[in-house]
Design a protein around this ligand. Sequence first.
Ligand code: HEM
Length: 225
Amino acid sequence: MLLNQLKIFISSTIGKKIVVASTGLLFCLFLLAHLANNFVIYTGAENFNFLVKSLEKIKPLIRLAEVMLVLILGSHIYNSITLALKSKKAKGITNRSKIDVANASLSSRTMVFTGSILFIFLTVHLSTFWYTFQTSGRHDYYFMVTSESFGFGNILITSLYLLAMIILGFHLRHGFQSAIKTLGIGNTTLGKLLSLLSVVFWLLVPAGFFSIAFWFGIVKHFGLV
Ligand code: HEM
């Protein structure tokens, strides 16, 4: 009975919006932790290699977190796409003003577009960094991240990271704005506070990743310092 009600709620538009917002927020928390780990790279190869090697010691926990991340991201993508399709379908039968509908469908199309680019980025990122870290059997992680074949020693890879981080910022900014709107708290103190807090996720986190790619892929790679 309760399970049935939950199923109906999750397949409703508002239920889907809540799932998209909460899975997006959970992924943002992962990004914050991921960035904190990655920042260690600024302190040199020794510290960075030591940190990644230490994570190997809690591998079962990391594997569990990875499975959860796949589920979180899978559900985020699935529900975003079904919402976008629903909004496209509603275009013909809604009685909202034409401008409202046009705006809503433009922003949902933009989110699908930026999300797709981020998906391509993530596929490249995991098939290079993550895959090599898992399979190479080597522990010179710093060397791999800055390598010419797939790391920041390769200008194409660096460019992809720089572009993807700008797109990540836009995607997250819009995501937070629309989640706050969905909750109907845009004009309340809580809404304003959340909007202010969201700057950490949509501006500072992408800027932090951007800085790493810029420092190693441009500044250090081209010997600018
Ligand atoms: C400068 C930017 C980044 C660097 C240097 C970086 C580095 C890494 C490295 C080295 C790994 C492998 C870790 C391991 O297997 O122990 C990894 C995994 C991963 N990265 Fe990144 N990353 C960056 C940005 C991002 C961004 C922007 C996202 C998401 C939008 C992301 C998502 C992931 C995910 C999902 C994993 C796999 C989960 C895990 O095993 O921790 N990364 N990253």
